[in-house]
Design a protein around this ligand. Sequence first.
Ligand code: F6P
Length: 374
Amino acid sequence: MAKRIGVLTGGGDCPGLNPAIKGLVNGAHFGGSEPWEVIGLRDGWKSLVQSDVVDRGPNGQCGPFFETEQFWKVLGPGEVEHWDTEGGTNLGSSRTNPYREGEVQEKTVLANIEALKLDALVAIGGEDTLGVAAKLHHAGVPVVGIPKTIDKDLPGSDYTLGFETAVQIITEEVDRVRTTAGSHSRTFVIETMGRHAGHLALQGGIASGAYITLIPEHQFNVARIVRLLVERRMRGIRYSIVLLSEGAYSETMDGPYTLGSIRDTGFAHVALGGIADWLNQEITRATDWDVRSLSLSHLQRGGAPCAYDRRIGRLFGRGAADLIRRGLSGHMVALRNGTITDVPLTEVENRIQTVDVEKEYDVHRYNARRSNIV
Ligand code: F6P
């Protein structure tokens, strides 16, 4: 029987989402004996908590982005043909949490899924979005997940969409900073994203050759950092790059440095940021050097997906269509040991995949030089 599948993207955007949507649409249309229809839902879970979502659908011809009043539209292979080359998400995203106010919104979501005649739902997201997907599965909705986050902190999959593009961007930006750091004999402290996990900083640090990398999983000691920097100067190298995750913090702090604001009401995440500036001041205080700091911030999530995110995005999208065809609800598409497979969402729910400090991180030199984990 022909099916109608809804797809949404939730949480922070990243390159790789549009390729996954294209993979899903093509998998739905061409992967079985008859084509299935795919409905793109706007702004993550926000679309499904609208009381009038059914009326806010296609209104004549529409372009690649949604019109202001529109919350869903039909996605055909023609429309998504070039989406694999495009960054961000053409469906829009939000951090709306339908469970923030208990079950009231769950009822609206369930009613909307029925009213839109969706036979299954594909949620593309990280811990928050997939957490909601798991709850809906428990509530009886046929739902499948696709893992994405530049932080790569989701368990169950060796890869999450957006990570490789972000590492590439970090590498390119550090390359740029390095030449000016060298010219002026400066020390640069550069902040990457990475809330709970240091994968981004660690792999970005390896690829760009940062001298020191600091991660949330191991609290750093400022005196040790200064000692390492002085040691490098004494070897005749007049500049240094220190790369650190936004979630990294010193032994003297109780937790990560925050910007003090709640980023989004949905999942109540406090905005992290500012640790690079803090460390800059500490190093400046301890030396008489010219130290500068900068945050790569959303540059890491912007622009076109790299080749790997296009390829894995496509495979994850097709994989999601296959899972629905196999009738497997409550599962997430995953990459494991080089193969596209799937894991139950319960393996992912409320869990974070952090850096294995013992295997991946040198707590004396503050880098990943000896790690062979990718
Ligand atoms: O969720 C991934 C992430 O990139 C985190 O590393 C970071 O803290 C957060 O997104 C930033 O989100 P926003 O774009 O909502 O500020």
